[in-house]
Write a protein that binds this ligand. Structure first.
Ligand code: CDP
Length: 233
């Protein structure tokens, strides 16, 4: 096996389990994990908290554009191996996962200037390779040269059920129908937007994990990583 470091891009639909598998693989192989969705969520939280998104969901694009240079996003590694998202130095990990942010993030992520700023940051983070990044456009736009690209899917109901259980475990007061509606709506916006829409890269490997256990999924991904390394030689 080569000891060369590669870029691993994991894209797919909302709540498809990308983050879990990306995080686990990164920890196992000693790579850095970057959750690109957390960055879009952090920008959305900033916009909500600063009156840039009105209560009816309307985005003041001019104000957002002006604010972008002052939005600093970082990740802080935690003792348990996870990482928390920092927005201008504040830990916003819990807030960015709430439905208030999920309901507004896709329209924010469809804005060209937002994508440009975050894509630049993501590329900077991947400069030295040895990175696993998950999102919607990592294999198509951010790192089209990634050595390993995975495209994850599962039915909308399966994905909404998983997200619903995850939120219930955290103590969030949500109902399943609400979560399903959010998943379906975000899929639609992500797939149909003009800028870097969610679509499978031609050279991506498909994974439908509807009926896979977490262990099966992790083993599958590790095999893909090993065979990507083998191909380098
Ligand atoms: O809820 P889930 O984990 O599936 O989503 P996420 O990865 O946290 O991403 C939240 C939202 O950010 C997505 O619904 C997309 O609208 C947007 N996003 C994007 O446009 N491009 C990315 N590379 C990552 C996320």
């Amino acid at each position: 096996m080569s000891d060369k470091k590669i870029i691993i891009a994991i894209d797919g639909y909302s709540s498809s389990g990308k983050s879990t598998m990306a995080r686990r693989l990164a920890a196992k192989i000693g790579y850095r994990y970057i959750d690109s969705g957390a960055m879009y969520r952090a920008v959305t939280l900033f916009a909500l908290d600063n009156g840039i998104i009105a209560p009816d969901g309307t985005i003041d694009r001019y104000a957002l554009d002006k604010a972008l240079p002052s939005i600093k996003i970082d990740f802080r590694p935690m003792p348990d191996g996870s990482q928390h998202t920092l927005l201008n130095g504040h830990d916003v990990e819990t807030e960015i996962r709430q439905l208030r942010v999920s309901d507004n993030v896709s329209p924010v992520a469809a804005i060209k200037e937002v994508r440009k700023a975050l894509t630049a940051l993501q590329r900077e983070l991947g400069q030295e390779k040895g990175i696993v990044m998950d999102g919607r456009d990592i294999g198509t736009t951010v790192f089209p040269e990634a050595e390993l690209k995975i495209f994850v899917n599962a039915s909308a109901e399966t994905r909404a059920r998983r997200r619903f259980l995850e939120m219930c475990e955290k103590g969030d007061n949500v109902n399943y129908e609400e979560v399903l509606a959010n998943v379906v709506r975000r899929d639609h916006i992500d797939e149909t937007r003009e800028e870097s829409p969610l679509h499978r890269a031609d050279d991506a490997i498909d994974l439908d994990n509807s009926v896979m256990t977490l262990d099966e999924q992790n083993d599958w991904l590790e095999r893909q990583y090993k065979s990507a390394l083998d191909k380098l030689q």
